[in-house]
Write a protein that binds this ligand. Structure first.
Ligand code: OAD
Length: 237
């Protein structure tokens, strides 16, 4: 019933934005950051994904990213990723806002996208900030170096760092301007992503949440669909 209404609203919309989180990649086998599966040599993500950790021991931080890249490399997008990639062709105005760094949305064909937290397949030169693609797994040298000789870092937003201002602006303006806003596979705990659904709602959008569990935004959305994104998203579009 709720799904039917959401389907209808989406079919009538001209502008759509969707926010995704780790849950959208769960059915592809992407391991979580937290909990037992998230531990690596007794370190937690919060101890490694920080500017301080990188300054202290860049090789250790890179070893962890190299390990994660090795796990992600063979994984494939799931039907949820493909449904989202199909949406950008359907709507005149569309933006995918993802918190995921795994690159699976791009693998599924998504192009109209902003990556709030960066991308694990991109590296950034510490000297001039130049960002480039890097798919080498395993990395031949740790830490990897730019052709200019400087050290490279993962192009990821670490704990304690600010998000790219242009990326945030694009995400917020899409949330303000869309007719339908979908929030899928995110716990809606991490800011500023967590406030996007509220902004969309206040701006008059019809807001749809897809998550097997309730989150802090569930009570505020127009349709809270409890299910897996890989199953619900293909039914929605
Ligand atoms: P979380 O791990 O906090 O939340 C994942 C959400 O996905 C939970 O609400 C689950 O109920 C839901 N979920 C699980 N399986 C699902 C499925 N098959 N379909 C749909 N939903 C499912 O992940 P995020 O909200 O993405 O930041 O976390 C946000 C940020 O916190 C991450 O980007 C990361 C982390 O710290 C950085 O790395 C900067």
């Amino acid at each position: 019933m709720e799904l039917e209404k959401a389907r209808k609203k989406l079919a009538e919309a001209g502008s759509v934005a969707i926010l995704t989180g780790a849950g959208v990649s769960a059915e592809s086998g992407v391991p979580t950051f937290r909990g037992e599966g998230g531990l690596w040599r007794n370190y937690r993500a919060e101890e490694l994904a920080t500017p301080d950790a990188f300054e202290r021991n860049p090789s250790l931080v890179w070893e962890w990213y190299d390990w994660r890249r090795g796990i992600l490399a063979p994984l494939k997008p799931n039907p949820g990723h493909f449904a989202i990639a199909g949406m950008e062709k359907k709507f005149d105005n569309f933006l995918l806002i993802t918190q995921n760094v795994d690159g699976l949305h791009a693998k599924a064909g998504s192009r109209k996208m902003v990556e709030l937290h960066g991308n694990i397949w991109k590296v950034r030169c510490l000297a001039d900030g130049k960002v480039s693609d890097n798919h080498e797994t395993p990395l031949k040298t740790l830490p990897p170096r730019c052709e200019c000789g400087s050290m490279l870092r993962p192009h990821i937003v670490w704990f304690g760092e600010s998000l790219d201002a242009g990326v945030i602006e694009a995400a917020f303006s899409a949330a303000r301007d869309c007719e339908v806003f979908i929030v899928a596979g995110t716990s809606s705990l991490v800011q500023p992503a967590a406030s996007l659904a509220g902004i969309a709602k206040e701006s008059g959008a019809y807001v749809i949440e897809i998550n097997p569990e309730a989150t802090p935004v569930s009570g505020m959305v127009d349709a809270s669909i409890r299910g897996k994104s890989g199953e619900v998203l293909p039914l929605l579009v």
